[in-house]
Design a protein around this ligand. Sequence first.
Ligand code: SF4
Length: 343
Amino acid sequence: MEDLKNLLPSELHGFMESLGEPSYRGDQIFSWIHKHRVPSFDDMTNLPVALRQKLKETAYITRLDVRSRSEGNKGTVKYLLETHDNNAIEAVRMEYRHGITACLSTQVGCKMACSFCASGIEGFVRNLSASEIVDEALRIHEDVALLGAHVGNIVLMGTGEPLDNYDASIKALYILNDKGGLEISFRRMTLSTCGLVPGIRRLAEEKIPVTLSISLHAPTDDTRDLLMPINRQYPIVELLEAASYYRECTGRRVTFEYALIRDVNDSDTHAYQLAKLLQGQLGHVNLIPLNPIEERDYARSPAVRVNRFAKILDDASIPVTIRRDLGLDVHAACGQLRRRYCR
Ligand code: SF4
């Protein structure tokens, strides 16, 4: 059985031809699935009845169940979604001045074991398919469409490491970009990685102008090794070389995420080290007050420390912003809601 939500229009053309149908039926089906978001072939009223029957026998449309929506303040809503095999995944809807952003998961659990993250604690279950990643955005879009709005930005920053599920993650971006569906510009998409260097280089060669966001979180290998085990495989120098390559290939600046953890990576010394490290990188630093998780002793840096850290970077001419804290009240540190549900 073919998962039709997993297919780009060109692939749907091929599938239609394999059924002995004209290829343009593929465009109609893509539009029904991604623009009109119908759940069944019977809703595709411009398809002949015989074709709808053939589709029921050969294909299906992935659809996640919305188990819960947790509404926070400032327009944040956290979705707990269930897959066909009873895995729980999370997506977050955020409202910024420039529109609705959908933050999507790319895996059930995660292999990367970052020490400050809830998703790493119970390990990895499986990769999500492109259709499941796309459907997270469609479930959010369905809600906001009722309010006359639309999802205008995508961030792959939920549970999982997108570059560890490269093919499905990137295909989902292509599907979400297609003009027959949500038609979200690549420039309004952000892919966040913990630092899988080969994946960054592969993405650079893809030459799609998505924003690359690197979770840096430390200015030295010693500190980063403690926080992010991936650093032992791809140390900071290799990561920054890959970031430069990404910028050269795509013309896009790279964003560096830095979660400030009290007494771990938030001292003046860390800030000066970071400023030195990023000189000449043409990157932008996002400082994020840590979302603490129950299972770890890490605490968020106090506001005075966050501001001081930002000032040191600013004085060194490193572009820096302090990210608005949207997630804390809806357990939006990645993986937290899923873990509550699974207990
Ligand atoms: S921070 Fe991201 S890469 Fe690291 S364990 Fe959590 S989900 Fe995985």
